[in-house]
Design a protein. Structure first.
Length: 245
């Protein structure tokens, strides 16, 4: 029995035997150098986009620019300007220097070799453009739209009573401020009298002729008599003319 207990109960190894231990886990691989470099490259590119690109652009700007200014009359003058001056500032400066109104002129930049117009924005620095010539040109006036004439103000008129043919009268509307000579055609048409035969009278009692150079307002009348000068002037007419429309 002891022998059995010794075989099963006692787990200790026999003398001279060593217990085998588990092998340690392999060490973790160090981070790949390429990954580390990628992380370093990204912020570096960001720094270039935010800071160094502006510096690179600044290095491309010409500090001093020699240009030839051509005026509308063909006169040419050489001028040296700072490369960091905006195009619009240069335009205003040239107009002020030569007493030109900027609203009446336009600015055209040309390349030196190709002589092609240069596209630019008002705030573009002159040193960033390969410009050798600047043309100051008069603006071509745009075709003005045909404006409608203002509405005519209605002519002021008054009622004028015209007596004719002794017993007839009619009413016409005329401008009280124009000379009587101007309204004779209207009176003749209405009264069916020839212009060569008509005489305008203040009344038939006095037979006073009206001055044709004066207006109704000048004479202070709103009624007159149209008389045929081929007949004798009336001395007095007792019958009252009847109104005809």
């Amino acid at each position: 029995m002891e022998t059995g207990a010794t075989q099963f109960g006692d787990c200790k190894p026999a003398s001279g035997q060593k217990i085998k231990r588990r092998a340690p886990q392999p060490p973790k691989k160090p981070p790949i150098a390429r990954d580390v470099n990628e992380h370093k490259v990204i912020p570096t590119l960001g720094m270039w986009s935010d800071q160094n690109i502006l510096t690179m652009k600044g290095n491309l700007i010409k500090t001093i620019v020699d240009i030839l200014v051509v005026f509308p009359d063909g006169e040419e003058q050489k001028k040296t300007v700072h490369g960091r001056k905006p195009v619009m500032d240069l335009f205003v400066e040239l107009c002020s220097q030569y007493h030109l109104n900027p609203t009446h002129y336009t600015f055209e930049l040309q390349y030196g070799e190709t002589q092609q117009p240069v596209s630019y924005k008002p705030n573009t620095l002159i040193g960033t453009l390969d410009v050798q010539k600047i043309f100051l040109k008069l603006k071509v006036p745009e075709e003005k739209k045909i404006k409608r004439p203002p509405p005519k103000v209605p002519e002021r008129t008054v009622r004028l009573v015209v007596n004719y043919l002794k017993t007839q009268k009619t009413v016409i509307r005329v401008n009280p401020e124009v000379p009587l000579q101007s309204i004779i055609p209207i009176i003749c048409e209405k009264c069916e009298v020839s212009q060569e035969c008509i005489v305008l009278l203040r009344d038939t009692f006095t037979g006073e002729k009206l001055e044709l150079t004066k207006s109704l307002n000048d004479l202070g009348i709103k009624e007159l008599y149209a008389w045929n000068n081929k007949k004798a002037l009336p001395s007095k007419i007792h019958s009252e003319p009847t109104l005809s429309y």
